[in-house]
Ligand binder design. Structure first.
Ligand SMILES: Cc1cc2nc3c(=O)[nH]c(=O)nc-3n(C[C@H](O)[C@H](O)[C@H](O)COP(=O)(O)OP(=O)(O)OC[C@H]3O[C@@H](n4cnc5c(N)ncnc54)[C@H](O)[C@@H]3O)c2cc1C
Ligand code: SF4
Length: 348
């Protein structure tokens, strides 16, 4: 019998990998550092997901339940892998709870870290309480509190959503596009307009990247929900003591623009997991130039890293959507399973 496959990280990618393995009778051990499974959509309290429109707590919650109920999947929460030695088919891992385990292969599904907007101080986060992030707005919606200005709880009459905060910004070392934040922002804009029909919502953008079928969010937000789009470079977010003031340049007409708002929302991007250096050291895998976990040849076998027997999937490899993270989790599970099956066949 093959040894279990170690999965590190219980977000959408890790949950999908564990379920895929269980469905073909392969045992796995899922190690999650937090007390709860579900990854960013659950831990950060996302509201309705794009593009499915399902609540995160139902969609990803369902994936969590499926894994928790499986007899083929052993779970360790509040736990990390501290050492990982051996070779494909025959690895040994030491965990932070003092236990050791044998594994045939490992799949890293350790995800990403939300960009911390204090790293963009000129855009007001951390200085003005009514400058918030998309994650905070998701939480306002998912907890049922509704869209309110954190400073005094009032309903905002004017909201600005600033795209690409912590993405496509070479000045702060983040040149990548985070892929999903345009669509998430169009969706949030519509949710705000639905809850507060008198509230004016403006989206400040460099480019709109509602790729593929997600383009429908862009059009619907304008045509049905009257969300306004301004192509601009933002200089700063300040306050006149009463309103937040967004200053920048309208890059279509090449003129400075200064508009007052009650609330400003940063559409934050996806940074590499802040722990990637230590994860790479423990598992002996290479990171790519920006600090994501490096992928091997994608054409032969999806999910390979620089170390045979150690696979990777989801946002650990760079900004990914939930659907793609799930697909990659399944693909990595299949690649790890194929590796172990080949070894068993050769040994027999
Ligand atoms: C504001 C915002 C809204 C979004 N909304 C959507 C949306 O509506 N639709 C969509 O498709 N995508 C959305 N995304 C993207 C989505 O969050 C990711 O696609 C998804 O979370 C990636 O799943 P993952 O499993 O790869 O990583 P994660 O969700 O990051 O999960 C990784 C897991 O690994 C754990 N972990 C990390 N390090 C360790 C370690 N050392 N040891 C053990 N465990 C560890 C973490 O605690 C976490 O549970 C959004 C992103 C943002 C920023
Ligand atoms: S998806 Fe949109 S908001 Fe996000 S980084 Fe790319 S262009 Fe910017």
């Amino acid at each position: 019998m093959t040894k279990p496959i170690l999965i590190v990280g219980g977000g959408p990618a890790g949950l999908a990998a564990a379920h895929a393995l269980a469905s073909i009778g392969q045992r796995s051990l899922l190690v999650e550092k937090e007390p709860r499974l579900g990854g960013a959509p659950i831990l950060s309290g996302y509201a309705k997901l794009v593009p499915s429109g399902e609540w995160a707590k139902d969609a990803i919650g369902g994936m969590v339940k499926r894994v928790e109920q499986s007899s083929s999947i052993a779970l360790k929460r509040n736990c990390r892998v501290e050492q990982f030695n051996g070779e494909p088919g025959n690895f040994t891992a030491r965990l932070s709870d003092g236990s050791t385990l044998e594994a045939g292969a490992a799949i890293l599904t350790t995800g990403f870290t939300h960009f911390d907007s204090v790293n963009k101080p000129e855009w007001g986060f951390g200085t003005f309480p009514d400058v918030v992030t998309t994650t905070q707005v998701e939480q306002m919606i998912s907890t049922g509190k509704g869209i309110r200005c954190p400073s005094d709880g009032r309903k905002p009459q004017r909201v600005a959503i600033l795209l690409c905060v912590g993405s496509r910004d070479r000045q702060i070392g983040r040149e990548w596009c985070s892929k999903i934040c345009c669509t998430v922002s169009c969706n949030i804009a519509m949710e705000i307009r639905e809850e507060l029909p008198d509230c004016h919502v403006y989206i400040y953008y460099m480019d709109i990247r509602t790729y593929g079928l997600n383009e429908a969010y862009y059009w619907r937000s304008q045509e049905e929900f009257k969300v306004k789009y301004i192509k601009a470079r933002i200089a700063e977010v300040t306050s006149d003591g009463h309103k937040l003031i967004v200053k920048g340049e309208d890059t279509l007409v090449k003129r400075p623009i200064t508009i007052p708002f009650d609330m400003v929302v940063h559409a934050i991007g996806m940074d590499p997991n802040v722990e990637n250096k230590s994860i790479a050291a423990v598992f002996g895998v290479q990171l790519q130039e920006h600090g994501h976990i490096g992928k091997g040849n994608s054409y032969g076998s999806l999910g390979e890293t620089s170390r045979p027997g150690v696979f990777v999937a989801g946002a650990a490899t760079g900004p990914e959507t939930i659907d793609d993270s799930i697909a990659q989790g399944k693909a990595a599970a299949m690649a790890a399973f194929a590796l172990l099956s080949q070894r068993t066949a050769v040994a027999a």
